[in-house]
Design a protein around this ligand. Structure first.
Ligand code: TMP
Ligand code: ASP
Length: 237
């Protein structure tokens, strides 16, 4: 019997399982940028991003961060707790890049101390606008305590992943996280962590090994992701 598709996003599909509180998430080879304006498909991208997600989520679970992942099924799919995604894109920035430089004129690579945590509304039809905390309250997305918890989790995640990447000679410039609410109202880390959702620069040169390669037409996306995987010692086959 074919699994029922619950949701299809730009880079993943979510399927029903025989358990009401579990889903299967399958990683696609599709890549998009600028809210879907640019769209392509790259062989192996799904399995490469799943390998990064597996590695980072394992590191986070070992550090005590609660996540949606239950188990890894095969090269492109995983089993996860079914959650209601909190419609926030939580962006953490260690160095200025991307939209922050465009919006505020910051110099690319400027260190951000203290680390900057921003919230964007997860709504493609509105082009994911940036939100302040009052907007989050008016939109009834999350309580003040939940927002504080999400920010604290996002910053703990930063420590875990930044220090791992530092040890491999890579700078974690910024990244986007999504959180979900379980049926018993617990907020846990969801979605993925991969070069699609983070900016990674080679230390010293600021060379991008992430989706900026595709956004800015700087080379072959999957080759850059595989190069990063090799630097980190991840198995991809
Ligand atoms: P930005 O500089 O374009 O706002 O992106 C900040 C970080 O968030 C960067 O690591 C890329 C990631 N990101 C996503 O994962 N999805 C998105 O839709 C956007 C706009 C950014
Ligand atoms: N994720 C967004 C898109 O799919 C934007 C981006 O990552 O640049 O278009």
């Amino acid at each position: 019997m074919e699994a029922v598709l619950l949701y299809e996003g730009k880079a993943k599909r979510v399927f029903e399982t025989d358990k009401p509180d579990e889903v299967i998430i399958s990683f696609k080879d599709d890549a998009t940028a600028f809210n879907g304006v640019k769209k392509d498909s790259f062989a192996d991208k799904g399995k490469v991003n799943l390998a990064f997600t597996k590695h980072f989520f394992n590191l986070l679970q070992q550090a005590g961060i609660k996540t949606h992942i239950i188990s890894f099924i095969d090269k492109t799919s995983l089993r996860a707790k079914k959650v209601q995604i909190v419609p926030l894109e939580v962006v953490v920035r260690n160095y200025a890049a991307g939209s922050l430089c465009k919006r505020l004129g910051f110099e690319k690579g400027m260190e951000l101390k203290p680390v900057l945590c921003e919230f964007y509304l997860k709504d493609d039809s509105l082009n994911d606008p940036i939100l302040c905390r009052e907007h989050i309250k008016y939109l009834n997305i999350a309580t003040e305590q939940e927002v504080a918890y999400i920010e604290q989790q996002a910053l703990s995640i930063n420590k875990v992943i930044s220090s791992f990447m530092d040890s491999k000679g890579i700078t974690l410039v910024d990244y986007k996280l999504e959180f979900g609410r379980t049926s018993d109202e617990e907020i846990i880390l969801a979605d993925e962590i991969s070069p699609d959702t983070c900016r990674f620069w080679l230390k010293g040169t600021m060379e991008s090994l992430d989706k900026d390669v595709y956004r800015e037409d700087k080379g072959d996306l999957v080759s850059s992701y595989k190069r990063l995987a090799e630097i980190l010692g991840l198995e991809i086959n």
